[in-house]
Design a protein around this ligand. Structure first.
Ligand code: GLU
Length: 446
């Protein structure tokens, strides 16, 4: 991350009266953008795409960078950097979340936006791909500062967003309250009631039942289907999940309810390990009582502490990275003991690590498939908003499950037919579809 951004974050931390070591968050190895581009190029080469078309699909369509001056609670002004990248709108409006995190910069948002294009295409949603973010540490901001920051971001993005242009949603450190502020700020400016301008909203303001659990439900479903195909009974499955937030939390709950043994979990405050299986209901009850919903302070009698990095290499059947990108790197890929990795986060495995895992015969279910449940239910919410209809939780779940399993089946078949990894197979389907649309739209001389 750039010097200027580091200074801004340090300033923000100081304004908020806390000292944090921003530099400790720097990523090792290749960047998410580099990895996403390499994955795309591998698929483009395999598909034999024309170099011009390849360039069209690789270059982000539109990018916006904004400075967001916010009045902090103590009266001081702090300036935050905000971004939105519309990687592609060939198959429909750009679609993708908004992230609040100190690692956010234009390149990270570019990489994440490209992943959204491929994810939406793989699930055959009528969307392109986009992503947004604000470089900030939300744990240092009060609720009213977050509200002002979100409203400023939404207002700045007004020229390029819209229910038929670009539809944001939650991502790391943003939730349904942030989406409600975002929607309200947009509607306050336009004067037009348009709930489909953003998804992941609270139920009372046009949200859809089941959006909160959707990503975790999709991850859990894919994990269980993978176990079934490997002949591992759910009650015998031992699973480690890195991240216990919006995605990891639901993933763990659903897998534990289904009878799996969750042997390790972690969040930003630390991790818990028990090779015989953690008491998930008890842990969930603990996080409900914690002011920030964290594992911190969980009584140690039935669980040992474990670090988030160490968790990835415990002896188990499935490892699910459900936190941030760049967690499985050349430094630990050789130590992973699980035969299956299900990528719940976006870009948790670096390119080099991916090659090591493949050489070691470890199956990686790629992010653009495994974590697509969120955007699938965002799609239902968007339809609901455009049509003024209401979906039930049963309808949402049934259609989500079918779409996830159909996409999984398509990826497995493609991987087998072409003798390639699940990741390359997923990209072949996703890139192939966008390439077809692009060729139809942008024929020579048109
Ligand atoms: N942020 C989620 C993702 O990375 C959801 C995006 C959406 O619902 O638009 O897939």
């Amino acid at each position: 991350i750039g010097e200027k951004v580091v200074m801004q974050q340090q300033e923000q931390a100081e304004v908020a009266g806390r000292s944090v070591d921003i530099r400790a968050r720097e990523r090792q190895g290749s960047t998410l953008l580099e990895d996403a581009s390499a994955q795309f190029r591998a698929a483009a080469a395999h598909l034999g795409l024309d170099p011009g078309l390849q360039q069209v699909l690789e270059t982000p369509e539109r990018e916006m960078s904004v400075a967001l001056p916010i009045e902090m609670d103590d009266g001081r002004i702090a300036v935050f950097q905000g971004y939105r990248v519309q990687h592609s709108r060939l198959r429909g409006p750009a679609k993708g979340g908004i992230r609040y995190h100190p690692s956010v910069d234009l390149d990270e948002v570019r990489g994440l936006a490209a992943l959204m294009t491929w994810k939406c295409s793989l699930l055959d949603l009528p969307y392109g791909g986009g992503k947004g973010g604000v470089n900030c540490d939300p744990s240092l901001l009060s609720a009213s500062e977050l509200a002002r920051l979100t409203r400023a971001y939404a207002t700045a993005m007004l020229p390029i967003i819209g229910s038929r242009i670009d539809v944001p949603a939650p991502d790391v450190n943003t939730d349904e309250q942030v989406m409600a502020w975002f929607l309200d700020a947009v509607e306050a400016q336009t004067g037009v009631f348009d709930p489909a301008v953003v998804t992941g909203k609270p139920l009372a303001i046009g949200g859809i039942p089941g959006r909160g659990e959707a990503t975790g439900r999709g991850v859990a479903l894919i994990t269980m289907e993978m176990l079934r195909r490997r002949g591992i009974a759910l009650k015998d499955a031992r699973i480690a999940v890195q991240g216990f937030g919006k995605v990891g939390g639901h993933t763990v709950r659903i897998l534990a309810d289904a009878g799996c043994r969750i042997v390790a979990i972690s969040d930003i405050s630390g991790g818990l390990y028990n090779p015989n299986g953690l008491d998930i209901p008890r842990i969930v009850a603990h996080t409900r009582n914690h002011p920030r919903g964290l594992l911190e302070g969980y009584p140690g009698e039935d669980a040992e502490p474990i670090g988030a990095a160490e968790l990835l290499t415990v002896d188990c059947d499935v490892v699910i990275p459900a936190a941030l990108e760049g967690q499985i790197t050349v430094a630990n890929a050789g130590d992973i003991r699980a035969p299956i990795i299900v990528e719940a986060a976006n870009g948790p495995t670096t390119g080099e690590a991916d090659r090591i895992l493949q050489d070691r015969g470890i199956t990686v279910v790629p992010d653009i498939l495994a974590n697509a449940g969120g955007v699938v239910v965002s799609y239902f919410e968007w339809i609901q908003g455009l049509q003024g209809t209401k979906w039930t939780l049963e309808e949402v779940r049934a259609r989500l499950d079918r779409m996830m399993l159909d996409a999984f089946e398509a990826v497995l078949q493609r991987a087998e037919a072409e003798d390639v990894s699940l990741r390359l197979a997923a990209y072949l389907i996703a890139v192939g579809r966008v390439a077809e649309t692009a060729a139809l739209r942008r024929t020579a001389g048109a």
